[in-house]
Structure formats: C-alpha cells, structure tokens
Write a protein that binds this ligand. Structure first.
Ligand code: ADP
Ligand code: MG
Length: 233
C-alpha cells in the first residue's frame, strides 16, 4: 500500500464581494507516494504548488477530494487525531526563519517539539537534541546561539533537525533550497537525500527548478494552473 494517496484534491480561494470570485489554486489533483519515495512537484510560480503541499498536510482545509495516509482518509480529521498526525507529517519551508522564534536559542528550537509532543523524557532531552544536531551535521556550539547569528544554510539544517525530532514518515519540502547559494543548496539537498535513505521518509519535494527536482525524485509531477499535467519517471 502507498503511504500517501491523494484523490481529486481541490483547494479554491474565494475573494471579493460576497466571496463570489473563485481562484482554483488546486483543481483536481491525484497522485501517490510510496514509503521512502520522493515525488517531485515542479511548476511555475503561482501554479499552486505550495497550496497543494499545505492542503495535503491539512494546514489548509481542502475544498474537496481525499487524502489517504496509510489507507486512512485524513481529510476529515479533527482535534487530537489531527494533532497526532502533526508529528507524522512535517513541512520544511523556503524560509527556515519563518518557523524559528528569533528570541529562542537553537537548543530550545530543536527541543520544543519534543516537549510539546512528549517525545522523550526530560533527562533524555539533552542527548536527543545533540543527536539531532549531529544528524544534520551542525556543530554543537550553535545550540546556544540565536537564529539571527546563523547563516541561511545553518538555519535550514536547524529546521530539518526540528522536523526530524518528530520522526516523521512524510515530509513536504517546499522549495527548501531556493533562497540558498548553489553550494549550500547542493549540501542541503544531499543531506535530505541521506536522511531519506536512512529513515525511509517519503517526500513531496516542491521546486520551480526542474534539475533540482529530477535529482531528488523517483518520479516528477508537472503542475500547471492548479492541475497536474504529466508525470515523468
Ligand atoms: P506556488 O507555490 O506554485 O507559487 P501558491 O500555491 O503559492 O503557488 O499559489 C497559487 C495561487 O493561489 C496563486 O495565484 C496565489 O496568488 C493564490 N493564493 C495563494 N494563497 C492564497 C490565499 N491565501 N488567498 C487567495 N489566493 C491565494
Ligand atoms: Mg510556493
């Protein structure tokens, strides 16, 4: 069974007077992602990639369609069911700053989700944070710095460590390297690939750069104006 199956997913944005203007950002999208596999999603800016990623994760309410995770329809999940889903599925954004509190030290940024979801005992926390920071090849000294003191590549590694702490089975990576220099971009992409094989995580890897997507993905979906217009192996 596929880990993730998306069927006829739609996300419309309504705007204007009486909400009568409809923008079909995601307009009937279907795909599957196997365990430990990466589906790349490529398309021009504004074609609906981020909306699709967030709707799959239920960060946005779908207008219609189904999302099956391990065969279970999560489209209607609410409350605690939705919360527990929140550790199994993660998102990594283009701007790691957006998920990091500027006044929180890196140590606490990595520890926060562990505490929030009670993922380890208090006396194990230090060790677990160190392990996570090593996994993303960051030096331990950075743990007691603030986000403002780190480079873009280091911040993206912190965001990845934070996500990994929750032992996710599925990650949406939404243009995770688009803001980085080419060399740093290559390093982060290699890291994501390494983590994927090590932990058998499934990815929806979003980018506007076909070369990047091809290198990262087992299969590539091409999106145009809210629809998937083709798949490439
Ligand atoms: P991409 O990630 O491919 O650049 P997005 O999913 O961000 O595309 O956006 C798809 C379309 O939906 C764009 O035309 C964008 O302007 C529109 N859109 C995105 N978010 C909203 C929103 N919250 N309200 C209304 N329209 C939106
Ligand atoms: Mg986007």
């Amino acid at each position: 069974m596929e880990l993730l199956k998306v069927e006829g997913l739609r996300k419309y944005y309504y705007s204007g007077l009486f909400k009568k203007e409809v923008h079909r950002a995601v307009d009937g999208v279907s795909f599957e992602i196997g365990r430990g596999k990466t589906l790349g999603l490529v398309g021009k800016s504004g074609c609906g990639k981020s909306t699709l990623g967030k709707t799959v994760l239920r960060l946005l309410e779908p207008t219609s369609g189904r999302v099956l995770f391990e065969g279970q329809d999560i489209s209607g999940f609410k409350g605690s069911a939705l919360k527990s889903l929140g550790t199994r599925m993660q998102i990594i954004f283009q701007n790691p700053e957006s998920c990091l509190n500027p006044r929180m030290k890196i140590y606490d940024a990595v520890a926060e989700p562990l505490r929030l979801h009670r993922l380890c005992e208090k006396d194990e926390e230090r060790g677990r944070v160190q392990e996570l920071i090593e996994t993303v090849s960051l030096s331990e000294e950075l743990l007691f710095r603030y986000p403002g003191e780190l480079s873009g590549g280091q911040l993206q590694r912190v965001a990845i460590a934070r996500a990994l702490g929750m032992k996710p089975e599925f990650i949406v990576a939404d243009e995770p390297t688009s803001m980085l220099d080419p060399l740093v971009q290559a390093q982060i992409l290699s890291l994501l690939k390494k983590l994927q094989t090590e932990y058998e995580i499934s990815f929806l890897f979003i980018s506007h750069d076909l070369r990047v997507v091809e290198w990262m993905s087992d299969e590539v979906a091409i999106m145009e104006a809210g629809k998937i217009v083709g798949f490439m192996q």
